[in-house]
Each structure stands twice: as C-alpha cells, then as structure tokens.
Design a protein around this ligand. Sequence first.
Ligand SMILES: Cc1cc2nc3c(=O)[nH]c(=O)nc-3n(C[C@H](O)[C@H](O)[C@H](O)COP(=O)(O)O)c2cc1C
Length: 403
Amino acid sequence: MQAFPNTFSSYRLGNLTLKNRIVMAPLTRQSAEDDGTPTDEMTAYYARRARGGVAMIISEGTYEEDALGCIAYLNQPGIANEKHIAGWRRTVDAVHACDVPIILQLMHGGRVSDPRCLFAGEAPVSASDTQSPGWVLYTDSDQEKYDRQVVGHWPKVTFPPARALSREEIFRIADGFAEGAARGMQAGFDGVEIHAANGYLLYQFVDPKQNLRSDEFGGSPENNIRFAKLVCERVREAIGPGKLITLRLSQDGVDDFGGAWPDGVRYAEALGRALADAQVDALHWSSFDWTDNRDPNSADPMPTVLRRASGKPVIVNGGIAEGPHAEQVITSGAGDLCAVGRPLFAHPDWPYIIRAGEPYNWIPFDRKYVIKPPYDYSCGYPLDLKRSVWPADLNLRRRHPEG
Ligand SMILES: Cc1cc2nc3c(=O)[nH]c(=O)nc-3n(C[C@H](O)[C@H](O)[C@H](O)COP(=O)(O)O)c2cc1C
C-alpha cells in the first residue's frame, strides 16, 4: 500500500494539476550575481529539487524593482530587468523539463533591507516610522563561535530607522509588484507568490506592532491587510486569471522570532475573513512549527483558522519533516498542500524518501547550517541524513583562531 496516500494524491490549484501535495518552500540562497542576475548554480539547485519529486517549487524571495529600498539582501535575485528575465528563464526551463511548475516569490525588504543595498542617504521604508531591533546572528553555542572563528562579540545585524511610506508610494510599490510579476511571466513562471510574511515590507503592514498608521492602510485587521490585497489585485490585473497567485503570511518575522499577534487567533480570523475576496488562489502559512499558534486561548493551528475564515486553499509550512507530519496537515484539515523547506534543502529527494516509508532523520534547525557571516544564507544544510554518520571530530577540524 502507498505510504501517506493523502500526501501523494494529486491536487488542482488554480489552473495547475499538482502530482502530490509537496511544495518546495521559498529558500533564499543569495547565489545570484551582484546585479541580481540568476546564476547557473541556481538553475542546478532548483532543477535538482524538481527531479526529487516535489509537485511545485516556490522560488526564493526576489526583488521586483530597484527602487524605494526594495532589495533585501546582497546577491538576492531580481526580476527587475531583461537580464534578470533571461537568467530566470534558464531556471524555469530546467524545472519545467522535469514537469514541475514553478512560481516566483516577489518581495520588498522594507525596514529590514540590508543597508548595503540602499542608495547612499536613503532610509528604508515601512508602514510607520519605526526601527527594526535587528538580531544577533549566531546564538547557538560557544562551539559555534569557535567553529566560525568569531572573536569578540557575536555579529549583530542592525538597521537604520525606517520612514513611513506615503499613500502614493504604497500604490507605486503595488504597481512595482505587478510589473515584476509581468516580467516573471515573460521568464515563463507559472505564477507568483506575494511575500507578506517573515518580517518584510508587507508583513510590516500586517503586524499590528509595526503598523501604527491611521489611514486606510492601518488601524484594524482589514486595513492592515489592505496593502497585501492591493498588491494581489494589481498583480492579477497584470498576469491575468490563468496564472497562480499565492499570498504568504506569518506571525513571526526575521527580527521577531517567536513573535505573536496581540489578538492571536482572533486576529488571524479577521485577516482570513478580509482575504475571502482577495485575488489569490491560495494562502501560504509560514512558520517553523505549523501546529504552533502562540495563543493561550485556542488550540487551533493558525493555518486551520485562516483556511476556515477565508475559504481559500492553504499551503501549510513549518517543521513538516516526515511523512506522518505531511499526512496530518491534510487529514486534519489544516491545509491542502505542504511546503517543505529545510528537509528539501538538505535532501533534494525528500519526497521519494518519505514516499518509500523511510524514516527521515530530522536535523533540528541550526542557524550555522544555513547562515554564514556576515548575514549571508549561501551556506549549505548538511546532506547527511543521520548525525551518526558524521565524523566524530566534525566540529574540530578547523583550527582555533587563537591557537
Ligand atoms: C536559509 C533559509 C532561507 C529562507 N528564505 C526564505 C525566502 O526567501 N522566502 C520566504 O518566504 N521564506 C524563506 N525562508 C523560510 C522558509 O520558507 C520556511 O518557512 C522555514 O524554513 C520553515 O519551514 P521548514 O520547517 O520546512 O524548513 C527561509 C528559510 C531558511 C532556513
């Protein structure tokens, strides 16, 4: 009998027929050229995962224009010009050759854009005049500090104060998303994902702690989600009804790990209701543990709440590392598709492994496998499935900087 029959059943999403319920989550690699052109390394990376059995790929976060502080980090890919289109086209063709659809994640960095990506004297932009608290990159252990030859304090990522966007700029940025989406269609993508999660600009509007506006773009759940909805609307106009649009949401952000919405599940319900008429084919819940709602008054996972309130299909993400996890997402009604990040990062054949009913030896999240200094995601997650097969002295091979 087929292991995990629900996970390996097909699903119709928009105009696409997906062969199973496993979607590759967006994973930033910072391996584009300095000018944002996608590279052959990226093509090989995505094609390898397409061959590994996923039903659909969501690209890493991509900037749609080189304006208004959109670029979030160094070597982030763009879809802002003809060169970017040509670069992405190679990746899209390679993924399509494996009969796997791929959609392009579009994002704006907002107040957590790497200051090195801003023009001289330019302030980052956000919902309101706020400043990101930044974060310390390496918090794991002294061993990690030793391994990385970090002497002194842990590197801290800091950001300058952000300025609130004007109404006109909000509409301008929404058009920027739409123009980027149209260029994405020229590159052959099957659709786009609008990134309103994880601490970036659209999330900064959704998060009531950061959105202090009193116009129609702030002050209530309906107003806080209005910018993301506007972007989806403009994108839909630009790419037409036949292409996929998904909208990614989360409760926490890169500078607010463990963050929670003050009204918890009630806030998610209100967002879901406001999204019922949004121009999206699916919502995508981003987290590190999909069962976790961080609301002491409710046991419902956030994706379950959003799905119920919006009536939209939901892609569920966060800690889905084994077949039973994926199966539970589908059978519990939390979502329709599972987005898998780090396991696919570590092992491109993850769908085949779990389909065979093999146990997957999950390597817990460890920043040292994904981030290297200073603030760079181009490091690889370990390919070995079992810690036990690693050499016992793995962490001791590098010389200590002081001795
Ligand atoms: C190295 C790395 C890069 C990521 N890049 C993105 C990104 O570009 N866009 C995004 O929405 N989420 C990004 N994420 C978040 C993942 O999509 C996902 O939400 C997270 O890894 C939890 O899912 P998992 O438990 O399946 O790994 C990234 C995560 C990691 C570890």
